[in-house]
Design a protein around this ligand. Structure first.
Ligand SMILES: Nc1ncnc2c1ncn2[C@@H]1O[C@H](COP(=O)(O)OP(=O)(O)O)[C@@H](O)[C@H]1O
Ligand SMILES: N[C@@H](CCOP(=O)(O)O)C(=O)O
Length: 291
């Protein structure tokens, strides 16, 4: 038997649409695997009632098939599905690490990225790696085509998750098909600033580099209260605010000393907009861990 704790992730970070991602130290999924003749899946935890246990429809079924590693897979969900916090990626990455160890496949974390990405294809139709890369490698990751670059980073963040469901598919359908050259230049400047901020562990640069004018405003429309939550987080001292993943979670880097204050301000602002929410006081952290 093998057990893995796999982290939530936030992919995009505003300026890095479909490219940037970070692993978060909470929330997490716990994935437990035991050898079996065929793959079966058992789900518990937050939102598990909405997740199919059929291996054809659950992301971990595809990962087990890719690794030719049939198992009884138990997943205790800590990362709510359709959250914008890489819920499916946490399970995919956790299963990839656990099954790799269970069957002694000897694959590196980098080699597991495309395998875990096949799990993502079950949900979104695309084997995108921007969530599974940080879930496997930890820190800040850059997914570009088949190549992934990872750097360690330690940035305090608040990830505030409202009681709204936004499917990744729906949130992708509102992304504009084109952007002006002015907006492209602005995004490149922001993305470069964010990457430097991650390398320097500087939350101010990371927050500044999240500014993006094409994808984020379109998706913010799907999140009741987004503008008020953004303003409240900035007033409370956040260095920047953006939509986490495809939403509805909203993410805000900040100094550790004002993280609690930022978290409270975001929850209060959602409440004023009539939406319940939960704020995770978290940080950029390590990838999936065997224990
Ligand atoms: N093991 C799993 N964990 C989470 N979601 C899963 C899993 N297997 C299949 N799904 C499906 O994936 C969808 C949620 O994934 P996704 O939209 O990527 O969430 P998030 O925005 O949190 O990353 C839901 O439709 C859910 O039923
Ligand atoms: N780059 C993708 C990431 C989706 O992440 P999720 O956590 O919302 O599944 C996108 O922005 O569509």
């Amino acid at each position: 038997m093998q057990t893995v704790r796999a982290p939530a992730t936030s992919a995009n970070l505003g300026s890095g649409f479909d490219v940037f991602g970070v692993a978060l130290d909470r929330p997490t999924d716990v994935v437990r695997v035991e050898k079996a003749d065929r793959t079966t899946i058992e789900m518990t935890g937050v939102g598990s009632q909405y997740i199919p246990e059929d291996p054809e429809k659950n992301v971990v079924g595809a990962v087990a098939a890719e690794l030719d590693a049939p198992a009884h897979i138990k997943i205790d969900k800590g990362v709510r599905p359709s959250s914008g916090l890489g819920s499916s990626a946490a399970s995919s990455a956790g299963a990839a690490v656990a099954l790799n160890a269970l069957y002694d496949r000897g694959l590196s974390r980098e080699e597991l990225v495309p395998i875990a990405a096949e799990g993502e294809a079950v949900v979104s139709g695309e084997a995108h790696a921007d969530n599974v890369a940080p879930a496997l490698l930890g820190g800040f990751t850059v997914a570009r085509g088949d190549a992934v670059t990872a750097v360690d980073a330690s940035i305090p963040l608040v990830a505030c998750l409202p009681e709204i469901a936004v499917s990744t598919r729906d949130a992708r359908s509102v992304v504009p098909a084109s952007a002006s050259m002015e907006d492209v230049v602005h995004t490149v400047g922001s993305a470069a600033t964010l990457a430097v901020g991650m390398c320097r562990d500087d939350p101010e640069l990371v927050g500044c580099g999240m500014d993006e004018r094409v994808v984020t405003p379109a998706r913010a429309e799907l999140i009741t209260g987004y503008d008020a939550v953004r303003e409240a987080a900035l007033d409370a001292g956040a260095a920047g605010v953006t939509v986490s993943g495809a939403g509805p979670a909203v993410i805000a880097p900040c100094r550790e000393s004002n993280r609690r204050h930022v978290a409270a301000a975001m929850v209060d602002a959602f409440a004023e907009a009539g939406v319940e929410s939960r704020a995770y006081q978290t940080r950029v952290s390590q990838g999936a861990t065997l224990y």
